[in-house]
Design a protein around this ligand. Sequence first.
Ligand SMILES: CC(C)(C)[C@H](NC(=O)Nc1cc(F)cc(F)c1)C(=O)N(CC(=O)NO)CC1CCCC1
Ligand SMILES: [Zn+2]
Length: 184
Amino acid sequence: MLLMKDIIRDGHPTLREVAKEVPLPPAPADIETLKKMEEFLKNSQDPVISEKYGLRGGVGLAAPQINVSKRMFSMRVTDDKGKEYNYSFINPKIVSHSVEKSYLSSGEGCLSVDRNIPGYVVRHARVTVKGYNAKGEEIKLRLRGLPAIVFQHELDHLNGVMFYDHIDPKNPFQLKEDATPIEN
Ligand SMILES: CC(C)(C)[C@H](NC(=O)Nc1cc(F)cc(F)c1)C(=O)N(CC(=O)NO)CC1CCCC1
Ligand SMILES: [Zn+2]
């Protein structure tokens, strides 16, 4: 099982690489990697297992964070209506997005960043996304709220972008046009 020691931290060059497209249908090794990422998120959200192994409660994990520079990530998050989004994406893309913006009112963190970085990360409020699952089937979803934020945060990792790249150090809590806060 993946542990926190398997997650590379800010400063590791892989986090700044543009990850490579995954050939389809996915190879067994890639499917195995995705399964381990899904398992990590599940374990990290389990009160007993996360406590026993010291896992931070993760809602998303991108392959570059375990030093695999490939375009895939897993997300495991519930929206404000209690709908679960447990998806692993291979070669994910945003195909369209809203003009409106939103942000986590508590700011963002990252499993690969061991310090608090205050500030708002303004993202698209709604995104239409597509990718492939571990079976190589196309997935197309419309996301909003926390699932939309998680998708965009994980996609950034595939492009070598960290959440704090979006924060203006001179005015970290500045809000461009009326962005909608997502409370958590
Ligand atoms: C880094 C950590 C704080 C563990 C973060 N968890 C998180 O934000 N949980 C959360 C947020 C809510 F808004 C409501 C709720 F119920 C739980 C996380 O997993 N990630 C994943 C990550 O680092 N992926 O690379 C960071 C999140 C920041 C915004 C989206 C993902
Ligand atoms: Zn992250």
